[in-house]
Design a protein around this ligand. Structure first.
Ligand SMILES: [Zn+2]
Length: 282
C-alpha cells in the first residue's frame, strides 16, 4: 500500500509534469470507482490541471476550481501513460485524457476494487467524508501533539498510528518501522505513552518518513510502481536478525497481514500471540 512518502513523491512528480496541461476528455472504465455525481466528471473537460497535492493518503488533482480526490487504498495506483488507440488493461478504472496524447490513469491490480475517486468543487473539500476529519501530517509534529492525537480516544499503538483522523499518511509498513525506531511495543495502550516515548516517537517518525521520502523521490516521478521499492528494517523481515541488537525478529499474525517487531528492542523480551480471528466471529 502506498503511504505518505510514495504518495508525496508522486504528487510532486505529477505536479511538475502536469501543471498547466488541459484535460481533453474523461473515461470511466469501472463505474464503481466514482463516488460522486455532482459535479459530473465531464465538467473536468476543458479545465487545466494546476497541480496534484497529497493530504494524508489522498491525492488531490486540482483543475481550475474542481478537485478530483483520489484514494488509492491498498492496490490502487496512479500514473501517467502515453495515450494509445488500444483498449487499456482490465485493471484500469479511470482515465483523464490530457493534451499532448497523455493519459493520467488510475489502475487497481486486484479483484477487490477498493480505490475511489470523488469530484468536488474545490471550495467544498470540507464536505468530503475523509478529508474533513483528517489529522495532521506526522512529519515535524511536536511530541505533545503526538500524545494528544494518539492518547484520546485511547487505543492500541499500531492501530492508532494508522488512523488518519489521528495522524494522516501512515500505513502498516511505516507504522512498524516507526515503532521499531522508537523502541515502542506495537500492542501498548496509547494512554500510557509518557513524555520520553512521545519524544522518541516524534523523532522516529521524522527520521523514518524523511528518509523514505528522500528515497521515494529518487525513483517515483509520474507513476506509482505496483510494488514499492522500500528499504525497511522490520517490515517484511520476520525471522531475520534485528539490525540494532541481533535478536531474531518476531511477528504477530493477523488475518491478512503480519506485524514484525523486535522482542529485544520493543517488548522487553515479550512475544505476542497471533491474532487471527475466525471469520464467523467477526
Ligand atoms: Zn532489536
Amino acid at each position: 500500500m502506498p503511504e505518505l512518502p510514495e504518495l508525496q513523491a508522486v504528487a510532486e512528480g505529477l505536479t511538475t509534469a502536469l501543471a498547466g496541461i488541459e484535460i481533453v476528455g474523461v473515461t470511466v472504465d469501472s463505474p464503481a470507482v466514482l463516488t460522486s455525481a455532482d459535479p459530473p466528471l465531464e465538467a473536468l473537460v476543458g479545465r487545466h490541471i494546476r497541480g496534484v497535492e497529497r493530504r494524508g493518503k489522498h491525492l488531490l488533482v486540482d483543475a481550475d476550481g474542481l478537485t478530483l480526490v483520489v484514494h488509492l487504498m491498498s492496490a490502487g495506483r496512479i500514473g501517467l501513460a502515453e495515450r494509445t488507440g488500444r483498449r487499456p488493461s482490465r485493471w484500469v478504472s479511470l482515465r483523464l485524457h490530457l493534451a499532448g496524447d497523455l493519459d493520467l490513469r488510475l489502475r487497481e491490480r486486484s479483484t477487490r476494487r477498493r480505490a475511489r475517486v470523488t469530484l468536488l468543487r474545490s471550495d467544498r473539500l470540507d464536505t468530503h467524508p475523509h478529508l474533513a476529519r483528517l489529522g495532521p501530517d506526522p512529519m515535524g509534529l511536536a511530541p505533545e501533539v503526538w500524545r494528544e492525537r494518539l492518547a484520546t480516544p485511547p487505543g492500541v499503538l499500531h492501530t492508532a498510528l494508522r488512523q488518519g483522523r489521528r495522524v494522516a499518511g501512515i500505513g502498516r509498513c511505516y507504522a512498524s518501522e516507526i515503532m521499531w525506531a522508537a523502541r515502542l511495543a506495537p500492542l501498548m495502550r496509547t494512554a500510557s505513552l509518557d513524555d520520553a516515548s512521545c519524544e522518541r516517537l516524534a523523532a522516529a517518525a521524522d527520521l523514518v518518513l524523511g528518509r523514505a521520502l528522500e528515497r521515494a523521490r529518487t525513483h517515483i516521478t509520474t507513476d506509482l510502481p505496483d510494488r514499492e521499492k522500500r528499504l525497511t528494517v522490520v517490515h517484511g523481515h520476520y525471522g531475520e536478525p534485528c539490525v540494532r541488537c541481533g535478536s531474531v525478529l518476531a511477528r504477530i499474525g493477523f488475518n491478512d497481514y503480519e506485524l514484525v517487531y523486535c522482542p529485544q528492542c520493543q517488548t522487553n523480551g515479550r512475544r505476542y500471540a497471533d491474532r487471527h480471528m475466525s471469520r464467523l466471529l467477526r
